[in-house]
Write a protein that binds this ligand. Structure first.
Ligand code: AMP
Length: 118
């Protein structure tokens, strides 16, 4: 049994995904359960478990995540109106998949970034 994350399996082409962008450092694919008209996940092609685990060796891939986000936003036609980029980290951030990923959300006004629960 492989210990690869589900996102690494997508990067390797071992499980299907709707890939919208790919280069030597990052891969972008549509979220299985979209929270907005456009919901794309952009992941490094190597596993960084969480934002709390990044190292200097990851700088190129981390920078590329933002360049890919810009490219995909343009491809999806949401660049002009704007969008939201989110990285959830560990338990309190609500991270479900331990392979760092940038959520690209857009296609409609997204409302407040965070609703505080009192
Ligand atoms: P997070 O809570 O930040 O870890 O987000 C994980 C995201 O991955 C969720 O929005 C899921 O809907 C999405 N997801 C999980 N498995 C897949 C998959 N096989 N293909 C596409 N998106 C997925």
């Amino acid at each position: 049994m492989s210990n690869d994350t589900v996102f690494l399996k997508i990067v390797k082409g071992e499980i299907p995904a709707d890939v919208v962008y790919r280069d030597e450092l990052v891969t972008a694919f549509r979220d299985l359960h979209p929270q907005a008209p456009v919901h794309v996940l952009i992941v490094p092609n190597h596993v960084i478990p969480t934002a709390a685990d990044v190292t200097e060796a990851d700088e190129a891939a981390l920078g590329r995540l933002f360049l890919a986000a810009r490219t995909v936003a343009e491809q999806e036609g949401i660049a002009e109106d704007g969008y939201r980029l989110i990285v959830n980290c560990r338990a309190h951030g609500g991270q479900e998949v331990d392979h760092l990923h940038l959520h690209l959300l857009g296609g409609e006004p997204l409302g407040p970034m965070h609703v505080r629960r009192d």
